[in-house]
Design a binder for this molecule. Structure first.
Ligand SMILES: Nc1ncnc2c1ncn2[C@@H]1O[C@H](COP(=O)(O)OP(=O)(O)OP(=O)(O)O)[C@@H](O)[C@H]1O
Length: 242
């Protein structure tokens, strides 16, 4: 595996108190420049796996190779510092003389140019998520870990942010691992969609999307229908793995 890839090998991940591992026998590699979406039913361990990838959780049996540098991470909860303005939440991760300008530019790109001085408590949930995205992109990371970054946003806002993510990914060729429960979102964005499921959870299917970009919603919907027809039970994690 190339030194800049993300390679996850999880022989077993068990949370304290659980009778059986949540994840077992799971292997997943993402190469530089690749966009991989991780899809699976609620509770299948997607966020747990992202925590292992990020190195935030080291309590597991297995091995992880990471790309150099810190990842840009967006959690399900925006995790902003409540006492800092939107601008300062982004500036916090930046260094250098032009940190304020870069933070302003990223927040403006997220449509938050008017909200720079507001604290997280004065922002809607969707606006807080956009600050978290700006913070993740602003460090120009070689790798991005995104946990349901577009969930519970208004549809047009989510669509705009997906387009921004794709633009950023294409410009930087960062490696992206995106957790989502939405198959259409995964197929619209990713090069590969990796389906988790079973108990303990493992990779049920590693699917190369192969649709040309840009991807029209109708083409994505057709691809999703074909995939589900070929693999019934894929989204409930009950695929017969043979
Ligand atoms: N900090 C924790 N301590 C103990 N158990 C945990 C912890 N975090 C997660 N779990 C357990 O792991 C299971 C899977 O959680 P996880 O959030 O990884 O799944 P998920 O696939 O991301 O789910 P969702 O799609 O609902 O976000 C949970 O049902 C819970 O039992």
């Amino acid at each position: 595996m190339s030194g800049a890839a993300l390679a996850l090998e999880v022989r077993a991940k068990r949370w304290p108190g659980a009778t059986q591992p949540l994840l077992a026998g799971l292997r997943l590699a993402v190469v530089p420049g690749e966009f991989v979406a991780l899809v699976g039913p609620s509770g299948s361990g997607k966020s747990t796996l992202l925590g292992l990838a990020a190195g935030l959780d080291t309590d597991f049996d297995g091995r992880i190779e990471r790309p150099p540098g810190a990842p840009g991470v967006v959690f399900q909860e925006p995790r902003l510092l409540p006492w800092l303005s939107a601008l300062d939440n982004v500036r916090l991760v930046l260094h250098g003389a032009d940190d304020e300008r870069r933070a302003r530019d990223w927040l403006a790109a997220m449509g938050l140019g008017e909200a720079l001085g507001r604290r997280p408590g004065e922002l809607s949930g969707g606006m807080q998520r956009r600050v978290a995205l700006a913070r993740a992109f602003a460090i120009a990371p070689r790798w991005l870990l995104l946990d349901e970054p577009f969930v519970s946003l208004d549809a047009p806002v989510a669509a705009g942010l997906r387009a921004l993510l794709l633009e950023h990914w294409q410009a930087t060729r960062a490696l992206v691992l995106l957790v989502t429960h939405a198959l259409d979102e995964a197929l619209a964005l990713a090069d590969r969609v990796v389906f988790l499921g079973g108990r303990p959870a493992r990779v049920l299917l590693d699917h190369r999307v192969g649709l040309p970009r840009p991807r029209a919603p109708a083409a994505v919907a057709r691809h999703a229908a074909d995939l589900l027809a070929a693999h019934p039970g894929l989204l409930t994690g009950s695929l017969d793995h043979g």
